[in-house]
Design a binder for this molecule. Structure first.
Ligand code: GTP
Ligand code: MG
Length: 354
């Protein structure tokens, strides 16, 4: 392989030199805009050489290679190593000018996905624009009212708001139900809690303790039919909070059991709880498994444990769902924030835990 750097006034001029010297098979490894009093473009290009030239005795037989040949070879190896290193570290943003690249790294450091970071970099005039752009993107995903702004009244059958929390195991559903119930009670709303599924040992006990502590009625049900009956029974309530037991979302039976609930045509508001401290790819993948369900909101738990919160932005942009709230610790009541865009954006742009 032959690797060489080319400098020219414009990209097309540099490209022409590459083609002239290295031929049509040359590939561009990187290109950069060099600023200064005389701006120029620098391209690093490579081409495969014909192995015969090296393997025969004609060009570079090791025994007869001159000091100059060896130095050139070493130089090429060094350049190649630098290129590979740069490609491994930066991938597609290699061609960005320096100030844009800085912005890109700033976003990447906050776990914002490469494609979204590049898009933000394209739209931003400077780093100071990122806050507004991110905030706008989040607000575009806010398609619904914030929680507790209204009361469900579907077909005149129910006069309550029934909020069901779903999400992977340990996401914080039961704890969050307790926080929401406490808030509702404090606001003077008639509240009840329903626990769906007795699948996990201890799950019922946990919700029972919270319900007792908050003085709200509780029912435990194990299937969609019983849930319907229980919702009917609580139809004098303002707010019904429905806890579900988390299971592996890759388990089709589990997703089917949730789908069965929706088939009952109940007036449910669904909030998908995801732990902000989980890896972003895991969250995107998890959402896909729940994606067939009518999710109204995403809520992010454990933001206190997360070092980076870029995944919140990634999820908002990928799935365009509003963020209902975030939770910020294990304490019940408390440790829940119905956060507005700017503050959420600031959290996304910070690094390090809260
Ligand atoms: N640090 C932190 N821990 C939290 C938060 N919310 C919940 N937890 C903790 O996470 C653990 C799991 O919480 P649960 O509420 O039991 O989670 P779950 O989603 O109901 O779990 P399953 O019912 O097993 O699906 C508990 O130890 C909670 O105290 C939070 O915002 N921050
Ligand atoms: Mg639970």
């Amino acid at each position: 392989m032959k690797i060489k750097k080319y400098q020219a006034r414009t990209f097309s001029e540099a490209l022409a030199s590459v083609k002239r010297e290295l031929g049509e098979d040359a590939v561009i490894i990187s290109s950069q805009d060099r600023k200064g009093s005389k701006p120029y473009v620098e391209i690093t290009a490579a081409v495969d050489f014909d192995i015969e030239h090296y393997d025969g005795k004609s060009v570079l037989p090791a025994s007869t290679a001159s000091t100059g040949d060896i130095a050139e070879l070493k130089n090429e190896i060094r350049t190649l190593r630098e290129c590979v290193e740069a490609m491994r570290n930066s991938g597609c943003e290699l061609t960005l000018p320096a100030d844009r690249k800085k912005m890109f790294y700033f976003l990447r450091e906050r776990s914002i996905r490469d494609e979204y970071a590049l898009n933000l970099v394209e739209r931003a005039g400077g780093i100071e624009d990122l806050e507004t752009l991110i905030s706008e993107d989040i607000s575009r995903s806010r398609l619904y009212d914030t929680p507790y702004s209204g009361v469900w009244n579907m077909s005149g059958r129910y006069n309550m708001r029934a909020v069901m929390l779903i999400g992977p195991t340990g996401a914080g559903k039961t704890t969050t139900i307790a926080k929401l119930a406490s808030k509702a009670v404090k606001e003077g709303r008639r509240t009840a809690v329903i626990g769906v599924d007795t699948f996990k040992i201890g799950a019922v006990e946990q919700i029972r303790i919270y319900a007792k502590m908050l003085g709200v009625p509780l029912e435990i049900v194990s299937n969609a039919q019983d849930l319907k009956k229980s919702i009917r029974k609580f139809n004098d309530r303002d707010i019904l909070l429905i806890d579900t037991t988390g299971q592996n979302p890759k388990d089709d039976e589990y997703i089917k059991s949730l789908k069965d609930i929706y088939k009952m045509g109940l007036p449910l508001e669904t909030q998908l709880l995801l732990s902000a401290s989980s890896d972003c790819d895991f969250l995107i993948d998890t959402y896909k498994h729940y994606g067939g369900l009518p999710i109204d909101y995403i809520a992010f738990t454990k933001t206190d444990e997360a070092v980076k919160l870029g995944s919140i932005y990634n999820l908002c942009r990928t799935y365009r769902k509003p963020v209902a709230y975030i939770t910020t610790g294990q304490r019940v009541p408390g440790n829940i924030e119905f956060i507005e865009n700017r503050k959420l954006t600031n959290l996304i742009l910070r690094t390090g835990s809260a």
